[in-house]
Design a protein around this ligand. Structure first.
Ligand code: GDP
Length: 320
């Protein structure tokens, strides 16, 4: 085992940060080192609960994670937070990185916070998140929270990487629920209506009840689990213990029905195919660049269909 892996498994924070930087890097030698490192860490991974959390900007995600994280570290649990911001891959900027977030939790020895990678991540969010979670698990964190900004497809990608997916909503305006895409509600294992305090209190009740009604009309994600809607105030740190109880109850239910491991196994198998997809595409583009360009032009000029072009490229690779 390398010195870096040893430091990681003993919980060394600098080593953890260094490893995640390797995973983020687009340099081929760093990518190779990262791969080697992850293979070494593999036997030490798995012993956590992986939580995904999403919600539109302003809903209170960082306030919630800070308060929730502090509660957990107060109970002796080690908490890691990974932020992923898919918009950073498009704009080069970062919504999550712009503000100083979770200052108190960041100072907590029992917590580790990794802000969103600032540049596009090689291999995409899924590869990055899987790798970083492995490092954090090997380092002995009990709870890993993957936070994502609710801007579309990315939640679905993150939901496929975690054990339990939490959707954060806030009252006010009253029409938020319509704005939340049905698809995101469908992948949630728990819905949290935050800002249930002060002037928002009654609006939060109404939002929670609307949300429960909407959930009743949806197909359950798991036959063994009914999705709850809980009200919290991240600002006043209320309702957080109920959220933790719900998470533990979810984990116990999934463990009892052998669904916990089954989900993780299915996620890992799916990862083989998505990785293969990426690798193949990259290699074909690199090795067959002329042919690729010609076929792209043929598709542009409506000479052939995209499927025909893809088949032709595949045939040309397989013929080698
Ligand atoms: P994020 O963009 O989802 O990470 O949201 P933030 O955590 O930055 O919070 C956005 C704003 O909502 C901030 O001004 C917070 O102080 C406020 N906020 C967050 N949680 C609560 C809450 O439980 N109650 C109230 N009243 N305000 C909150």
């Amino acid at each position: 085992m390398s010195a870096l892996s040893e430091k990681i498994t003993s919980g060394n924070r600098r080593a953890i940060a260094k490893a995640i930087t390797l995973i983020e890097s687009s340099r081929p030698d760093h990518q190779e080192d990262a791969e080697q490192l992850l293979s070494e860490l593999l036997p030490h991974t798995g012993n956590t609960i992986r939580l995904g959390m999403t919600g539109i900007p302003g809903v209170g995600k960082s306030t919630f994670i800070e308060a929730f994280g502090k509660m957990l570290t107060g109970q002796g649990l080690r908490v890691a937070v990974l932020a992923v911001d898919p918009s950073s891959q498009i704009s080069g900027g970062s919504i999550l990185g712009d503000k100083t977030r979770m200052e108190e939790l960041a100072r907590d020895d029992m917590a580790f916070i990794r802000p969103t990678p600032s540049k596009g991540i090689l291999g995409g969010i899924a590869r990055y998140t899987r790798g970083a979670m492995m490092v954090l698990e090997a380092a002995g964190y009990d709870v890993i929270i993957v936070e994502t900004v609710g801007v579309g497809q990315s939640e679905v990608a993150v939901a496929d990487l975690v054990d339990m997916f939490l959707l954060l909503l806030s009252p006010g305006g009253g029409d938020e629920l319509q704005g939340i895409k049905r698809g995101i509600m469908e992948i949630a294992d728990l819905v949290i209506v935050n800002k249930a305090d002060g002037d928002f209190k009654s609006a939060a009740k109404i939002a929670a009840s609307n949300c429960k009604n909407a959930l009743h009309l949806m197909r359950p994600k798991s036959p063994d689990w009914s999705v709850d809607v809980l009200e919290t105030s991240a600002l006043n740190a209320t309702g957080l213990e109920e959220v933790w109880q719900n998470i533990q109850s979810f984990k116990n239910t999934m463990l009892k029905n052998d669904e916990f491991e089954a989900r993780r196994e299915a996620q890992n198998i799916a990862a083989i195919w998505s990785e293969l997809n990426e690798l193949l595409t990259d290699q074909i583009k690199a090795q067959k660049s002329e042919e690729t360009t010609a076929l792209e032009n043929a598709v542009k000029n409506k000479e052939i269909t995209p499927l025909a072009a893809a088949k032709e490229l595949l045939a040309s690779v397989l013929a080698k």
